[in-house]
Structures are given as structure tokens and as C-alpha cells.
Design a protein around this ligand. Structure first.
Ligand SMILES: CC(=O)SCCNC(=O)CCNC(=O)[C@H](O)C(C)(C)COP(=O)(O)OP(=O)(O)OC[C@H]1O[C@@H](n2cnc3c(N)ncnc32)[C@H](O)[C@@H]1OP(=O)(O)O
Ligand SMILES: CC(C)C(=O)C(=O)O
Length: 509
């Protein structure tokens, strides 16, 4: 059995420090319930001295969690903060006070304005003070990533001697390389006496986009607690994303000799919940939980995934509670994906006809970012109509606008393969196109009804036109056409209705 890595979720504390992600107590409770469903080991619920609301959040989450997770309250290395944290945690089954201070030259000199000796002394005192309230005291060495290593070891030694149960080594500014951070953890394990009896935690930030790598580098060197947030929320560029850490540890359990007890199938739900509650959108290409995490839009990838999912997917979407893989149809898609999606929608075409559908699909896809199911319905139905066509509209070109006389030129191919070209003017571009069509097609019907509607989404939607024409004998024929250009849809619909009229008159409808 590999080592267990404790997942310390700080979505409600560091995550909430993301600009724009503030949460009230009710918001925090909603998220805390989901964290419990995920089986995280510790929930950092807030910073009680910070505000009465955060105090209440810690209190309520302490009551909610029961024995299922440690509930953690943050405090500076300041007695009144620790008193307040202890008070908020009163009644929690598994309370933990998380106290500490900056240890880098920048933090000592510029922010705290204290000497190294004073820092060591404050670390010792604050841990010992917190121990008066709770057994479980976690010490953080803020900005450890930029600290002098031997000084960091001195401070951590003091915290361990004062009774810290967990020592948290943050790369607060996310500036280290993974191997540098790993060396810090290694150094601490080699030089701090008694550290083998405490949990080493890593708390990494994403300023260089390496928060997850940094956390895993720490785990490789013996850290057994990772601090992380859902969706990677957190101060500035955020923290290590919980979903990334959990899935990376699942995938590399043997290499890292480590596992977590997080219920991975709850990850997608957790991500969506946090996004909804905080109003912080998850970027589409976010690992594990982004909208595109299991979406494939290029033909080569789609073909591969259709043949065997693992050609391009290393995580089964079900494993993280996502709703399966998705094929996004675009101009980069190939025949395999189109044929597959058409079949799912209930359309199948012989190979010769399919090539025509594919060509039309590419024309539409070149005009649209994404081809939706409704577009495919339209394309497939259009193809089904075209198959029995007497006349096929090859192209329509119009000149129109408020100063031009609307003029249309149409190219129409008849059933013998002969191409006809005609041009006409009209009251508008559609009227002009219909008059040009009338010059080529041997029959005529009076336009009785003309309806246009967008069948797909967006400004680049496919517009579908339905017409009804009345033949000289009074019979009514309908026709339908679709295209991203509604003049083209209109012309196709008219030709489609005329084809029906002709076939009926010939008796072959
Ligand atoms: C790395 C991290 O993410 S740590 C967590 C960051 N989170 C937050 O800051 C959110 C909650 N913070 C707050 O609500 C407020 O900042 C409070 C209540 C903690 C303090 O408020 P104020 O008393 O008004 O102080 P202010 O925020 O202006 O400045 C922070 C003070 O704490 C000191 N301080 C900062 N960290 C520590 C620490 N770990 N231990 C001791 N003192 C500290 C600073 O040096 C500064 O002291 P100074 O006023 O003597 O210069
Ligand atoms: C409070 C500590 C752990 C922190 O958030 C940081 O150093 O980034």
C-alpha cells in the first residue's frame, strides 16, 4: 500500500482570497458539504479574526464536519488571532489552529520588520500558545520558497519542538522550480530533528503555472499533506488545483508511492459548484474540470478517440464525474467524426452520398466556429431532399442594398447534368432570385407562404426557409432549404418546392 497523502482543502480560505471570489457563511457551508462528499481530510474554513462573518463560517463548518474532516482556522503568529481561532473552533470535533509567519528575507525585513532570531522566537511562542487550546497545531513558514534554507530549518525546528503536528512549507509566491522546492523538503527531512513525527505539508502557488508540479515534487520528497483548492482558486494566480493533484496522484501512484482518499467522481460536481457559488468561471481548457477537458475537435484526434478512447484520453471522464467525452464538429473535423455523429442522430448515407454531405458540412463549418446537431439535422435533411431533385441549385449570387436594384444570378443543374445560368431583378434579393429560378425551371408556382427561422445558435446560425407554392391547378407544394445565408436558404426552398411540383405532375412523386 502506498503512503496516504492528506488533502487539505483551502478553497474557503486561500481560494476565497481570489479577487472576486468572496463568500458569505451560507456560500461556505454549501461548498463545505461538497468537500465532505469529496472526503477531503482537512477543510481550512477561514481566518476568524478577519471578520465576524468568517468567524461564524469557521464555527458552523466546525459543527458541520463532525469527525469527517479536521476543521482548520488560520491565525497570524499573534495571540489575539490564536485566541479568536480557538474560540471559533470551540465545539468542533477535530479542530486545528494554523498559525505562522513569514520567513523569507523580504518578509522579515520589509513586512514584519523583525530579526531572524525574533522570527524563530515568534514561531516557537505562537505554536506553544495555540497548543494551550488544541492538540492539532499546524505551523506555516510563509514564503519558504524564498527563504534561506538553513534559516527555514531553524524556524521549522522551533515549531516542531513547540509541538506542531503539521509543518506547512509554502511556496507563497510560486517562484520556485519543482526540483528546488523538492530540495527544500529534502533538506528539512535531513536536518530538522523530530520532523519524522510530524506531517510535512506543501502549499504551492501558481504564479509560474507550476503549483501542481511543485506540490508533487514535495510529495516525492516525503510531504504527506497537500494544500489545494477546487479549480485552483487562490490569491493572485491561485493555488495548486485539488482536482489536478488528486488525479495526478491517482495516475502516478506507483511512481510517487502515494495516494489520496478523495472520491474522484465528485470532482466535476465540486468544480461546477464552486464556480457557481463564487461566480469565478472555469477556463475552458482547465485540466480535469474545464469544458474542453474531454472534448476533441480535430479530425485526427476524433478518429483516434472513436477507434480507441485512450489514443487521446488518459483519464476516463466517468472517473471524475464528467459526462463522457465530446466530439466537437468544426472545419477541422474529418469524415469519421461526421459519420459517427450523423449515425448518433439517426442518419446514414451510402458512401457516394456521404461525400456530398461531408462537402456541405465543410462549407458550413468554414462559416461557423462549431457545427451543432441542429446544423447536422439541417444538412442531412437537405441531402435527403437533394437526392430526388430534378433541378439542383448550384449557386446564388445577389446584389442588393438600399441604393442598388436587387439583382440575382442563379446557376442550376438539371437532372441530365446540364447547367443553366439566369439573372433577374426584383423587389428584393429573394424576389430577384425567385424570378431568375423561374427563367430556368419549366414550371411555375405562386408563392403562398414564406417562413424563415434560425435553426441553430448564434449570429452564424443556419437559417431554414419553408415556402408553400400553389400550382396552376390549385395544388399546394412545400419546400425547405437551409444555409447560413438566408437568401441561399430561400432559393433552395423554392427549388425544392418546384421539384416536388414537377415530380407530382410527372406522376413519380
Ligand atoms: C499568505 C497568506 O495568504 S496569509 C493570509 C492572508 N489573508 C488575509 O490577509 C485575509 C484576512 N486579513 C485580515 O482580515 C486583516 O489583514 C487582519 C485582520 C489579519 C489584520 O488587519 P490589520 O490589523 O488591519 O492589519 P493589516 O492587514 O493592515 O496589516 C497586517 C499586519 O499583520 C502583520 N502580519 C502579517 N502576517 C503576520 C503574521 N503571520 N504574524 C504576525 N504578524 C503578521 C503585518 O506585518 C502587519 O502588521 P503592522 O500593521 O504592524 O505592520
Ligand atoms: C497562510 C499560508 C499557508 C499561505 O497561504 C501562503 O503562504 O501562501
Amino acid at each position: 500500500m502506498s503512503r496516504k497523502v492528506y488533502i487539505f482543502d483551502t478553497t474557503l480560505r486561500d481560494g476565497e482570497q481570489s479577487p472576486g471570489a468572496s463568500m458569505n457563511t451560507d456560500d461556505k457551508l454549501i461548498i463545505a458539504r461538497q468537500l465532505l462528499r469529496l472526503h477531503v481530510d482537512a477543510i481550512e474554513a477561514g481566518f476568524p479574526i478577519s471578520s465576524p462573518g468568517d468567524f461564524r463560517s469557521v464555527q458552523k463548518i466546525g459543527q458541520l464536519a463532525g469527525d469527517d474532516a479536521a476543521v482548520v482556522a488560520l491565525a497570524r503568529a499573534v495571540e489575539k488571532d490564536i485566541d479568536c481561532a480557538a474560540e471559533a473552533l470551540r465545539g468542533a470535533s477535530r479542530p486545528r489552529i494554523h498559525t505562522g509567519l513569514g520567513v523569507s528575507p523580504q518578509h522579515l525585513r520589509e513586512k514584519l520588520r523583525i530579526s531572524e532570531d525574533e522570527c524563530v522566537e515568534r514561531a516557537r511562542r505562537s505554536v506553544a500558545y495555540a497548543k494551550r487550546y488544541v492538540e492539532d497545531v499546524q505551523f506555516y513558514a510563509e514564503d519558504a520558497g524564498r527563504a534561506d534554507q538553513s534559516f527555514l530549518e531553524r524556524v521549522v525546528q522551533a515549531a516542531v519542538e513547540a509541538g506542531a503536528t503539521v509543518v506547512n512549507i509554502p511556496d507563497t509566491t510560486g517562484c520556485q522550480l519543482p526540483e528546488e522546492f523538492a530540495a527544500r523538503i529534502r533538506g528539512l527531512r535531513e536536518h530538522v530533528r523530530g520532523i519524522e513525527d510530524v506531517t510535512i505539508a506543501v502549499h504551492t502557488h501558481n504564479d509560474l503555472g507550476m503549483a501542481t508540479s511543485l506540490a508533487l515534487a514535495g510529495v516525492r520528497e516525503g510531504a504527506t499533506q497537500v494544500e489545494c483548492t477546487i479549480n485552483g482558486l487562490g490569491e493572485r494566480a491561485g493555488n495548486a488545483a485539488l482536482e489536478e493533484v488528486v488525479m495526478a496522484l491517482r495516475m502516478h501512484e506507483d511512481a510517487l508511492d502515494a495516494h489520496t482518499d478523495v472520491v474522484a467522481s465528485e470532482l466535476t460536481k465540486a468544480s461546477r459548484l464552486v464556480s457557481r457559488v463564487t461566480g469565478m468561471q472555469v477556463q475552458a481548457n482547465k485540466a480535469i474540470v474545464g469544458a474542453n477537458a474531454f472534448a476533441h475537435s480535430s479530425g485526427i484526434h476524433q478518429d483516434g478517440v472513436l477507434k480507441a478512447r485512450d489514443t487521446y484520453e488518459v483519464i476516463d471522464p466517468d472517473e471524475v464525474g464528467a459526462q463522457g467525452s465530446e466530439l466537437i464538429l468544426s472545419a477541422r473535423s474529418g469524415r469519421a467524426a461526421l459519420r459517427h455523429r450523423l449515425a448518433e442522430l439517426g442518419y446514414s448515407f451510402p458512401q457516394t452520398e456521404f461525400e456530398g454531405v461531408y462537402r456541405r458540412f465543410l462549407e458550413v463549418a468554414d462559416q461557423k466556429k462549431e457545427v451543432f446537431d441542429e446544423d447536422l439535422d439541417s444538412l442531412a435533411q437537405e441531402r435527403e431532399r437533394d437526392v430526388s431533385a430534378v433541378y439542383t441549385l448550384s449557386s446564388v449570387q445577389v446584389v442588393c442594398g438600399d441604393v442598388a436594384t436587387p439583382t440575382a444570378t442563379v446557376r442550376i443543374t438539371d437532372e441530365n447534368g446540364e447547367e443553366h445560368v439566369a439573372a433577374a431583378t426584383g423587389a428584393g434579393p429573394v424576389d430577384a432570385a425567385y424570378k431568375a429560378i423561374d427563367q430556368v425551371v419549366a414550371v411555375h408556382g405562386d408563392l403562398h407562404e414564406f417562413v424563415v427561422k434560425a435553426v441553430t445558435r448564434g449570429i452564424d446560425a443556419i437559417g431554414e426557409v419553408t415556402v408553400r407554392i400553389v400550382a396552376s391547378g390549385g395544388a399546394v407544394y412545400s419546400g425547405r432549404g437551409s444555409d447560413t445565408d438566408i437568401v441561399v436558404s430561400s432559393a433552395k426552398a423554392y427549388v425544392n418546392a418546384l421539384n416536388r411540383l414537377i415530380r407530382m405532375e410527372r406522376g413519380d412523386a
